[in-house]
Design a binder for this molecule. Structure first.
Ligand SMILES: [Zn+2]
Ligand SMILES: [Zn+2]
Length: 269
């Protein structure tokens, strides 16, 4: 994988960098080519596609419909190589990434299976608590008891801690994702769990993202919250701004707002 540290540099994130984006290879609405064309038009200098790669340890859930299909990884990287040739020039670099789901049960195998691919970087994310899909739809949260919600959140943060501790990811995705649909009544209750993740991220040199997609969901704020961002800044954890774009019109959505939020959190950018 590529050393991307200069893109995440503390102090402050580089501008013109957008590394968390999806295409029709997983659950995006635009093709990889359309995403690249839009990124170039938006004057993004370093653009990455990071389609989902989910190997759920519960075989009943496989294949996960919103992941790159299990037998399509070669084709995915082949397409990204073609797009590098088509779009790259002095002002535009395309990086081939994946957003991989972290599971304690299989992360070592998943990581080692990816070694043979020309992977530039890997986003480490958690989308499941057990078999519960955390960010799939509000319908799945409706009717859950407070106890069930806290159990989902506890498991979510434990897994994210595992992802931070393993040190294998280029950056961690959407830290406080369970708040997405507005069912977690007091997201601040998970600040101690977030601090543990950030301590581990600082120790393993794993950056985190400021993901602007949350602004457009029921939670109405980015991932992570301003409070967690301040904690990240205290620990000098590098941050990169991402759109988590699933459509070509979103490749740098709310980046100026994110930059302002980073400044408020104490990042000198
Ligand atoms: Zn994600
Ligand atoms: Zn994503």
């Amino acid at each position: 994988m590529k050393d991307l540290r200069k893109l995440f540099s503390y102090p402050g994130p580089g501008t013109g960098v957008s590394l968390h984006n999806h295409s029709t290879w997983s659950d995006g609405a635009s093709t990889a080519e359309e995403m690249c064309r839009a990124a170039k038009a938006a004057k993004i200098r370093v653009f990455g596609l990071s389609d989902h790669w989910v190997v759920h340890p519960d075989r009943k859930l496989m294949p996960v419909p919103w992941s790159v299909a299990p037998d399509r990884l070669d084709a995915y990287f082949g397409e990204l190589a073609r797009l590098k040739k088509l779009f790259e020039d002095d002002s535009f670099t395309l990086l081939a990434g994946l957003e991989a789901d972290f599971f304690f049960e299989n992360f070592r195998e998943v990581l080692s299976a990816l070694e043979k691919y020309p992977l530039d970087y890997l986003v480490g994310s958690v989308h499941y608590a057990g078999t519960f899909p955390v960010d799939n739809s509000p319908a799945e949260w409706e009717g859950l008891t407070e106890e069930a919600i806290s159990s989902i959140c506890r498991e979510y943060w434990e897994k994210l801690l595992g992802a931070a501790e393993c040190g294998a990811f280029s950056f961690l995705g959407h830290l406080d994702l369970p708040k997405k649909f507005g069912f977690v009544r007091d997201p601040e209750a998970y600040l101690p769990a977030a601090r543990r993740v950030l301590d581990a991220a600082a120790a393993t040199g794993t950056p985190v993202e400021l993901n602007t997609a949350g602004w457009f969901k029921e939670c109405r704020e980015p991932y992570p919250s301003p409070a967690i961002l301040r904690e990240a800044c205290l620990r000098r954890v590098p941050v990169v701004i991402s759109a988590d774009a699933h459509a070509s019109s979103h490749v740098n959505r709310n980046f100026p707002e994110a930059q302002a939020l980073l400044r408020q959190a104490g990042y000198p950018c």
